[in-house]
Ligand binder design. Structure first.
Ligand SMILES: C[S@@+](CC[C@H](N)C(=O)[O-])C[C@H]1O[C@@H](n2cnc3c(N)ncnc32)[C@H](O)[C@@H]1O
Length: 343
């Protein structure tokens, strides 16, 4: 026999919503003689009856998120609910529209039950903010944590999703970069965050060394942890403003990665000052598809100012920021002799 809440069929929908976080997924509901029986978990303290219910086969079937939402939202609410979400490690991150905030906990529970790998559901409270690119979030279901571990290219990157920027979606881009690294290169990652580029490059390329610079102290702490947990020996990270830190390193680099899409170009003078002759620079930026030229103009202006010649190598669309606006990476090399500039 199973503990269940017995309710008239006419009240089924409302009761199911009220019981959402107490429903047992181990048994099927049963309809009989105008009543419905909802199996409940042990912690439920309301009135129950003992009834015979058919057990679900184990392991418990994951209920697809959209399907689970149908049980707790009205058709109108469903029409504007966001069903897309991001998963990093065991954390799912979702937006909940203002009109559904009263049901955020139930929405979180639906997401938890949709995928056994998800242990925590966070609701975004805004976008990435400020220099540190932090992002406010609230735990709405599951284990109360904001620290996630994401796996990519034989590495594990641990970071706090609220305190710093990291995107697992850029794994393919990082692979594109580490495949270009040649034996013995000295690589610089400006704006290194929790060190995904540093760790992934050091682990998967024949670089001699990889150096990261990051201004956000919390991201820097995670970077140190990521270097240690991935047993990286040829990488180091420095905490501070790249503009201030780079001149103190007394080092020049064969490859410089600049993953700060909003303002990376304003640091081109610092990058060029530590770029070896024939160095390759990877400059990230957000540009409308009709305005990629602007990135080339920045490169041209800064190289002229620094008396460096350059060759544009490629432009890669790395992701989409909004309709027709892309995160792009322009790869270019600097060199001593004047060469034809190709666009
Ligand atoms: C878009 S995030 C990229 C983080 C990391 N490279 C990644 O891909 O996950 C940009 C990073 O640049 C850092 N940053 C911003 N201004 C900086 C500066 N002047 N010097 C060093 N780091 C800076 C921010 O704190 C942030 O972590």
């Amino acid at each position: 026999m199973v503990r269940a809440v017995k309710i008239a069929l006419s009240d089924a929908q409302q009761t199911k919503q009220d019981l959402q976080s107490f429903l047992s997924r181990d048994f099927y509901v049963k309809k009989e003689d105008g009543y419905i029986y909802f199996p409940v978990i042990e912690s439920y303290t309301g009135e129950t009856v003992d009834v015979s219910l058919r057990p679900r086969s184990t392991p418990t079937r994951a209920i697809p998120f959209k399907e689970a939402l149908q049980d707790i939202l009205t058709p109108e609410e469903l029409s504007f609910a966001k069903t897309a979400y991001e998963v990093v490690g065991s954390i799912a991150i979702i937006e909940v529209p203002d009109d559904l905030l009263a049901k955020e906990k139930e929405i979180g529970q639906c997401l938890l039950s949709s995928n056994p790998k998800i242990k925590t559901v966070l609701r975004k409270l805004g976008g990435h903010q400020g220099t540190f690119r932090s992002q406010d979030m609230k735990v709405i279901a599951g284990v109360p944590t904001t620290v996630a571990t994401s796996k990519e290219s034989n590495t594990k990157i641990t970071y706090d999703v609220t305190d710093m920027y990291f995107s697992a979606r850029l794994a393919t881009e990082r692979k594109r970069i580490y495949r270009q690294v040649k034996e013995g290169e000295e690589v610089l990652v400006m704006f290194s965050g929790a060190a995904p580029y540093v760790v992934v490059l050091a682990k998967n390329s024949p670089a001699k060394s990889v150096v990261g610079v990051e201004i956000n102290p919390s991201a820097h702490e995670f970077a140190l942890q990521n270097i240690t947990q991935n047993k990286i020996k040829n990488a180091s990270v420095h905490c501070g403003d790249a503009r201030v830190v780079l001149p103190t390193l007394n080092q020049t680099f064969d490859r410089i990665i600049m993953p700060l899409p909003k303002t990376a170009e304003t640091f081109l003078d610092c990058a060029l000052a530590v770029a070896k002759e024939n160095a390759t620079i990877h400059l990230y930026g957000f540009y409308h598809e009709d305005e990629f030229e602007k990135a080339y103009e920045h490169i041209d202006a800064y190289c002229k100012q620094a008396n460096r010649n350059y060759t544009l190598l490629s432009t890669t669309k790395v992701g989409q920021q909004s309709p027709r606006t892309y995160r792009i990476c322009v790869d270019f090399s600097v060199h001593p002799e004047k060469k034809i500039v190709q666009h």
